[in-house]
Design a protein around this ligand. Structure first.
Ligand code: FAD
Length: 388
């Protein structure tokens, strides 16, 4: 169907990734969901397979492949039915590593990006604070320059990979009086004195470690500043386009996974002497769900294509996340209903899917904030420009 976007090489990649996930990941998912700790060996295996490097330059060990390899990685990660495992992987590979690649200098890339590609180092991206996540410009964490160091004080929360990662990409105010024009981005080692983390308990994404992080007089070299001082806000906004599209793609993929599962279940489950996929009420609901999923999927592919061609698709990526995450919640809710009581049982995949999907309209910009952005762009002709 989607040969417009996917070549034979893409499909070979998809198949080898699927095989890898079934063999190396799926047997461990239940354990990681229970412990909330994804063991190190799998990060290393992902690195050995080259999965962390598909979007990154060859000089740091990557493969510099087009965005549709990333689309495939994201889609297949959703189909192991652990939103937490998928999130841990993509938060490392596309939140932390995107900043390293775009804003880090060569020394930072050698020290952090290259080992991130091999799976030797795991990263996280720390933007949200306990006082507020939507209002990024209102962050309170500070970075004060002292000689050839910065001293960081403050706290972050809800950080994916926030507990078990090796390094942190941290946004902090270098000039608090300048509001969103006073934010900068740094990288720091987990082991730096003054950094501490607490693991949070949560509804879904249970395999991933979500952390609250405190910075108490953390001293880092000034060379750990990424990009230019005070340019952090445009950097964050710029990468939000990719992040939001990623969350849109994740959403269509998990909805598709739910529909595939429900279809099979409905073709086997009997009620009143026939399989339940023969009941018109269910058939029509299924058709609606399928149509909504496919609309999002095709839209997301089209936007991925434009992003891949270098267009700045911030409005479209925002729409992708807004619509796809809503669709995913609704489709998964309905698929759980198709399974009746079994839908509510942990032994069947829909229970976890429903929990994991609920984060979609919250993380990486809530639906309310996304609507604000779209309204500003459409109604007020506001133009968001890429950072220069
Ligand atoms: C499991 C999980 C993983 C996460 N991972 C990361 C991560 O790796 N890194 C990171 O930095 N962050 C991460 N986040 C944080 C996430 O991005 C924030 O939770 C999100 O941006 C919302 O911020 P908040 O929770 O502070 O809500 P608030 O900003 O306090 O919002 C509360 C409510 O008010 C609404 N609201 C706020 N402002 C407006 C407005 N102007 N108009 C209308 N409504 C408004 C919101 O939509 C929401 O409904 C994660 C969160 C979770 C739950």
């Amino acid at each position: 169907m989607s040969s417009r976007y996917f070549t034979e090489e893409h499909e070979l990649f998809r198949q080898s990734l699927k095989d890898f996930l079934q063999k190396e990941v799926v047997p461990h998912i239940e354990k990681w969901e229970k412990t909330g700790h994804i063991e190190r060996f799998i990060w290393k295996k992902f690195g050995e397979m080259g999965f962390f490097g598909i979007a990154y330059p060859e000089e740091y060990g990557g493969m510099d492949l087009d965005l549709f390899y990333t689309v495939i990685l994201l889609e297949e990660l959703q189909k192991v039915n652990s939103g937490g495992f998928a999130a841990a992987i993509w938060a490392h590979a596309y939140l932390a590593m995107t900043h390293l690649n775009k804003e880090g200098d060569d020394a930072i890339k050698q020290k952090y990006l290259a080992p991130s590609i091999t799976g030797d180092k795991i990263g996280c991206l720390c933007i949200t604070e306990p006082f507020g996540g939507s209002d990024v410009a209102g962050m309170r964490t500070t970075a004060v320059k002292k000689g050839d160091t910065y001293v960081i004080n403050g706290s972050k929360t809800f950080i994916t990979n926030g507990v078990y990662s090796d390094y942190l990409v941290v946004c902090a105010k270098t000039n608090p009086e300048l509001g969103n024009k006073g934010i900068s981005i740094f990288v720091m080692d987990r082991e730096t004195p003054g950094v501490s983390a607490t693991k949070l308990d949560k509804l879904g994404w249970r395999a991933s470690d979500t952390g609250e992080i405190a910075f108490d007089n953390v001293i880092i070299p000034a060379s750990n500043l990424m990009g230019e001082e005070n340019k952090g806000f445009p950097y964050i906004m710029q990468h939000f386009a990719l992040e939001r599209l990623i969350m849109g793609i994740n959403a269509h993929a998990r909805a598709e996974f739910a529909l595939d599962y429900a279809q099979k279940y409905m073709s086997e489950r009997q009620a009143f002497g026939r399989t339940i996929d023969k009941f018109q009420a269910l058939r029509h609901t299924f058709a609606d769900c399928y149509a909504d999923m496919l609309m999002c999927k095709e839209f997301n592919y089209a936007i991925a294509d434009r992003l891949n061609n270098g267009e700045y698709v911030v409005k479209e990526a925002t729409i992708s996340k807004l619509r796809s995450t809503k669709m995913s919640d609704e489709v998964i809710y309905q698929c759980l209903q198709f399974l009746g009581g079994y839908g509510y049982m942990e032994e069947y995949p829909l229970a976890r899917l429903a929990r994991d999907s609920r984060l979609g309209p919250i993380g990486g910009g809530t639906s309310e904030i996304l609507r604000e952005i779209i309204a500003k762009m459409v109604l007020d002709n506001k133009d968001y420009k890429p950072a220069t």
